[in-house]
Design a protein around this ligand. Structure first.
Ligand code: ADP
Ligand code: ADP
Length: 237
């Protein structure tokens, strides 16, 4: 379970992106975070795994106080948090397989230094997740040869490689056309359900949030302004 309490972020610019936001994500539910551009959604996701340092508040994942960890321990804890990004964050010149295995390190940028050191069981696991996202035949393609939908499927494969305790997903469909967006959301929610992984997802398309999430939270100007089911949202609108 992910428990976020009173999360705050003020950027050096003085922008108060989060003014004390608390949410829990429990069991294997999918929680969608919606809100207009600039509401603080992306800051929230990035503060949960401390890609951005929060200014206050706490993040706890399965009893581990993420906000209190030293950087070494944080590296370890990030393996439990599968991240999926809007712009995929793939390394263009590396192959699909290499990109998936790069998640093994938590940091994409340091992967190349370690590329020869992967134990066979990791490689085997990578084949398994590539198969699940339908890219088993593309393991040797370079990332820059793939379509947007394929790239996001690599992103999903990388995120689930290490059997995370939660998936943190930041606008996964905003670079995709509507049809591909739905295919990606189908795949993502299907895998999360099969593996019992809770999902926290930022998404600005309200219809997708309503279709795929069990619970919706609304953010505006760094504050929580709505929390309810997809049906509750219809009644508020
Ligand atoms: P959303 O994801 O909902 O569009 P963001 O979290 O990206 O919102 O942004 C929330 C607020 O924080 C905005 O006012 C934005 O300009 C500001 N912000 C985001 N990232 C930074 C940054 N790196 N430095 C300064 N301000 C930022
Ligand atoms: P920055 O956030 O300033 O870009 P980082 O060293 O935190 O620098 O991250 C480098 C790159 O790797 C970024 O593009 C970031 O989004 C990505 N990244 C960091 N942590 C993870 C992770 N746990 N899983 C996947 N990608 C990550």
């Amino acid at each position: 379970m992910l428990s976020v309490t009173d999360l705050q972020k003020t950027y050096p610019s003085g922008d108060e992106a989060l003014k004390g936001v608390s949410i829990d994500v429990t069991g294997s539910e999918t929680v969608a975070m919606i809100g207009p551009s600039g509401a603080g959604k992306s800051t929230f996701i990035r503060c949960v795994n401390r890609l951005t340092e929060p200014s206050g508040g706490s993040v706890e994942l399965d009893g581990v106080e993420v906000t209190a960890l030293s950087s070494d321990d944080l590296r370890e804890a990030r393996r439990d948090m599968g991240m999926i990004f809007q712009e995929y964050n793939l390394v263009e010149r590396l192959t699909v397989m290499e990109n998936v295995l790069s998640g093994r390190l938590g940091y994409v940028s340091t992967w190349q230094a370690f590329r020869r050191n992967f134990p066979p069981e990791d490689v085997e696991r990578a084949y398994e997740v590539l198969d699940r996202v339908g890219l088993a035949d593309h393991e040797n393609n370079r990332a820059d040869e793939l379509s947007g939908g394929q790239r996001q499927r690599v992103g999903i494969a990388r995120a689930i490689l290490q059997r995370p305790k939660i998936l943190l997903v930041d606008e996964p469909t905003s670079s995709l056309d509507p049809e591909t967006s739905k295919a990606v959301m189908d795949l993502l929610t299907e895998i999360a359900a099969e593996d019992d992984i809770p999902v926290l997802i930022n998404i600005h398309e309200v219809d997708l949030a309503q279709e795929y999430a069990e619970r919706i939270v609304g953010l505006r100007d760094g504050e929580l302004v709505f929390e309810g089911t997809p049906d509750d949202l219809d009644e508020t609108a």
